[in-house]
Design a protein. Structure first.
Length: 231
């Protein structure tokens, strides 16, 4: 049975009230990404970066999964083949909807990372650079988030999944950030069918075989229904 690889971006959580990055009024219109989403920005002003992610963590905790997250849970449960979900999102709405296996390629708000020894642990609601690492004791705590210039998580695993995919779907992502923006090209090269689900055309729309346009809470459940009906 067919293997489906799904990439999600900020658009799938937009209707849960979490802001996207590059849409009008998005996160990058309010914050300078060089100051809050790079290792250099963190070195310059760790308190500013922690404030930014502490606020994002509080927002994510207050948000609820929507019909698009829930539809993907149904797909994971009912699809007779393999479903691999890769998200660029750092919220946990896929897991809270009930998704069992999620690859968080850009890290997670729910985890802390020691900049000294690389240990990971569950994030407190409010994190600070002076929190000691539970493993080495160094006070160099940072959010476990992949910033610009850093290597996303699980790249080998993701690439292996895309190389063996029969269907690749990108949901609610603008296709402006690499390496995720390159996944559709890799999926096309592997012979997978490719589908984009987005509110509007993205930078990469021309590379997909099929496009479904509209809000994620409408187009994702309809796409999942069609897939399950065809199984
Ligand atoms: C809806 C909707 C609704 C709205 N329903 N849809 C020059 C050329 C090429 C690459 C580079 C370059 N210079 C630097 C690079 C590399 C760099 C990069 O790509 N920069 C670009 C800006 C050019 N990338 C990196 O540095 C990455 N690391 C890396 O490349 O390592 C080397 C490497 C190479 C090869 C293999 C492996 C490794 C790291 C990138 C880290 C990104 N981090 C961020 C912030 C941290 C997380 C956080 O704070 O949340 O991750 S940036 C930000 O963008 C965040 C997101 O995950 C990511 C993607 O954004 P996303 O999800 O697409 O959101 P938006 O806002 O852009 O789009 C929303 C979409 O939703 C839109 O299309 C809307 O239409 C849609 N939408 N409402 C459906 N209701």
């Amino acid at each position: 049975m067919r293997k489906i690889v799904i990439l999600t971006g900020a658009g799938i959580s937009a209707e849960s009230g979490l802001g996207t990055f590059r849409d009008a009024g998005g996160v990058w219109s309010q914050y300078d990404l060089a100051e809050v989403a790079t290792p250099e920005g963190f070195a310059r002003n760790p308190a500013l970066v922690h404030d930014f992610y502490n606020a994002r963590r509080a927002n994510a905790l207050a948000a609820h999964p929507n019909a698009a997250h829930e539809a993907l849970v149904r797909l994971e449960r009912d699809w007779p083949g393999q479903v691999v979900l890769v998200t660029q999102n750092i919220d946990d709405l896929h897991e809270r909807a009930g998704h069992r296996h999620v690859i968080h390629m850009h890290g997670e708000l729910a985890r802390a990372l020691c900049a000294a020894c690389g240990a990971h642990w569950p994030a407190p609601e409010k994190m600070s650079a002076s929190d000691p690492c539970p493993e080495c004791g160094t006070r160099a705590t940072r959010p476990d988030i992949v910033w610009f210039g850093e290597m996303p998580y699980d790249m080998d695993l993701i690439q292996r999944h895309i190389d063996s995919a029969d269907l690749f779907a990108a949901i609610g992502t603008s296709g402006q950030v690499f390496p995720a923006a390159g996944f559709v090209m890799q999926a096309n090269a592997a012979g997978a069918e490719t589908v984009e689900l987005n509110l509007e055309p993205s930078e990469l729309s021309g590379m997909f075989d099929i496009r479904r346009e509209g809000p994620a809470t409408r187009v994702v459940p309809a796409w999942v229904n069609d897939l399950l009906a065809s199984a």
